[in-house]
Design a binder for this molecule. Structure first.
Ligand code: ADE
Ligand code: ZN
Length: 342
């Protein structure tokens, strides 16, 4: 391991863009299929991995929703979340904000309580046993109707204390943020913060809509902001965080090669960019691998790595005390690197 990789391995990390259903590794998919007597459309783990060749977002989503069908019981959602938290421990993730897609499950007849109970039980144990703090973000599937999203929001209201924010994911093209203006307004009235995927495959205007109509605190992805220089200036002026997912962007062909990713340009322009893994089981890497591969492809410096980690701490939905603790941990990391500790 070179010294930058060593520094990245030791970096205290905050993850802000992770779909828990996207952390379902093929091995666990098979285990859960067997446990629940479900026939998968693949014969083996290798067969599944071979299927993970995507041409765009939709080609990925088709497989991702098929894989999620193995999740049936509270224990399944617990096991899924716990497996991700164990990865967090080895990657030195100190705080994580997890998306979940209730409609992927409620539309198959799984109760929202089953989903949330399983995930939150694992998050509670993650905090107690691993010292990893977390928040949960409910995402609406934007290819479904605004009425379905409103219904989902109402089903989630009893869990209001456990869900920090609502978000928007799934097929971006032709599903603009404005479609969900009323749902997000209601969510804000109910006390939820808001975020949204925008500018991944969709145009820069969707980022503007997310800011102006959905009043989001962060933009998920957002890399197409560069097509509108005034928008970039606004993101910098308002320090709107972008939760960028480099390996995802390559797998889904938002960029042709990691060397051509615009993350470094965004960072140098003063955008509050962060590095995240999105759907690590499908895209070939968790957050540590996203940091390492991007650092290598874009020649990031230790200063860039620190900036990315600091941005994530600033952008997280944290209370002041935990934020301060994480900033102190990051300062210790910087001091150790300055001393050249091996
Ligand atoms: N759901 C899971 N991953 C996603 C992504 N990268 N974009 C939109 N929706 C998603
Ligand atoms: Zn995503």
């Amino acid at each position: 391991m070179d010294s930058l990789d060593t520094a990245i391995a030791r970096l205290p990390k905050v993850e802000l863009h992770l779909h828990i259903e996207g952390s379902l590794e093929p091995e666990l998919m098979f285990e859960l299929a067997e446990r629940n007597a479900i026939q998968l459309p693949w014969d083996s783990v290798e067969d599944i991995r071979r299927a993970y060749e995507f041409s765009d977002l939709q080609s990925f989503l088709d497989i991702y929703y098929a894989g999620a069908d193995v999740l049936r019981t509270e224990q399944d959602f617990f096991d899924l979340t716990w497996a991700y938290l164990e990865r967090c421990r080895s990657d030195k993730v100190r705080h994580t904000e997890i998306f979940f897609d209730p409609q992927t499950h409620t539309d198959r007849g799984i109760a929202i309580d089953t989903v949330i109970q399983g995930i939150t039980r694992a998050l509670d144990e993650g905090r107690e046993q691993l010292g990893i703090s977390s928040r949960l973000i409910l995402c609406f599937l934007r290819h479904l109707s605004a009425e379905a999203a409103m219904d989902t929001l109402e089903q989630a209201l009893p869990w209001r204390e456990r869900i920090v924010a609502v978000g928007l994911d799934s097929s971006e093209k032709d599903h603009p943020p404005e479609k969900f203006k009323a749902v997000f307004e209601r969510a804000r009235e109910e006390g939820f913060l808001t975020v949204a995927h925008a500018g991944e495959e969709g145009p820069a205007d969707y980022i503007r809509q997310a800011l102006d109509l959905l009043k989001v605190r962060r933009i998920d992805h957002g890399v197409r902001c560069v097509e509108d220089p005034d928008l970039v200036a606004r993101l910098v002026a308002e320090q709107v965080p972008l939760t960028v997912c480099p390996l995802s962007n390559i797998k889904l062909r938002v960029f042709d090669r990691l060397e051509n990713h615009n993350l470094k340009d965004l960072l140098r322009a003063g955008v509050c960019a962060t590095i995240n893994s999105d759907d690590p089981a499908y895209f070939g890497g968790y957050i540590g691998e996203n940091f390492s591969a991007t650092a290598q492809a874009l020649n990031l410096t230790l200063g860039d790595i620190e900036r990315l980690a600091r941005n994530a701490i600033q952008a997280a939905f944290l209370d002041a005390e935990r934020r301060e603790d994480l900033l102190i941990e990051l300062d210790h990391w910087r001091e150790k690197n300055a001393l050249g500790c091996g």
